[in-house]
Design a protein around this ligand. Structure first.
Ligand code: BCO
Length: 201
């Protein structure tokens, strides 16, 4: 859209930046989430922002945070292979013998759970949310190796998520996500498949 093209120019001129942090305590970021997501307890927001398993992609203009998306990548294939590669060969053999009779759970999760998504009040509906989501998709695919996003969208944000390619139909195999993501009352579970080739930014 024309709005996104304008923001792209701002970005090229260096006036707009998209950054990704993990385990940060940036106040501005937290304040935007706390103000824009009044149903989320402030302590919960702080906890996830400080949590090492969550990451935040933020849009910054003139050194001020305009908004952000906090997500948790689930990449258990990696954890499993790191764990297995650190085992002694004998232990590994024993493990293989022991688990062979049982069906293995699907350990290639490769999805991200979006926990918070917000743009500061006076900058909403100017294209920032779309640009932010595109940066998130690019980062999640190229850095985290993710294939999907899941989120419990607030009722009033469903329209925004649909425009970002999310659907209410969940096609991701249930054993990849069920029991892992946090159930959230009053939200609608939505999914987005990340294109593996598209240049999102
Ligand atoms: O491209 P179009 O002009 O056709 O459409 C635009 C917007 O009109 C539309 N849109 C934006 N917010 C909408 C919405 N449609 C329906 N309902 C809404 N609430 O989406 C297209 C893209 O707009 P944008 O890029 O300018 O979006 P913006 O405003 O920069 O960012 C969207 C929000 C939802 C992040 C932002 O408006 C916001 O912070 N709203 C308040 C907080 C909020 O509702 N956050 C999402 C809660 S759900 C969540 O965080 C998941 C975890 C529980």
């Amino acid at each position: 859209s024309a709005r996104e093209e304008n923001l792209k120019k701002e970005e090229e001129a260096g006036r707009l930046k998209f950054v990704c942090y993990s385990n940060d305590g940036i106040d501005e970021h937290m304040n935007i989430f706390a103000r824009q997501l009044p149903n989320m307890p402030k302590e919960y927001i702080v906890r996830l922002l400080m949590d090492r398993s969550h990451k935040s992609v933020m849009v910054i203009r003139h050194s001020l945070v305009v908004g952000g998306i906090t997500y948790r990548p689930y990449i258990s294939t990696l954890y499993l292979s790191v764990m297995i590669s650190s085992l002694k060969p004998r232990v590994l053999m024993l493990l293989v013998v022991l688990i062979t009779p049982f069906p293995l759970p699907n350990h290639s999760q490769k999805f991200g759970e979006i926990a918070f998504c917000a743009i500061t009040a006076d900058e909403q509906v100017k294209g920032y949310g779309t640009r932010l989501m595109n940066h998130l998709k690019q980062h999640a695919r190229d850095v985290d190796g993710l294939t999907h996003f899941l989120t419990y969208a607030d009722n009033n944000a469903v329209g925004y998520f649909i425009k970002q390619g999310f659907t209410k139909e969940i096609k991701l195999e249930k054993d990849r996500w069920h029991g892992y993501i946090k159930d959230y009352d009053g939200g609608i579970l939505m999914e987005c498949k990340i294109d593996q080739k598209l240049p999102y930014t």
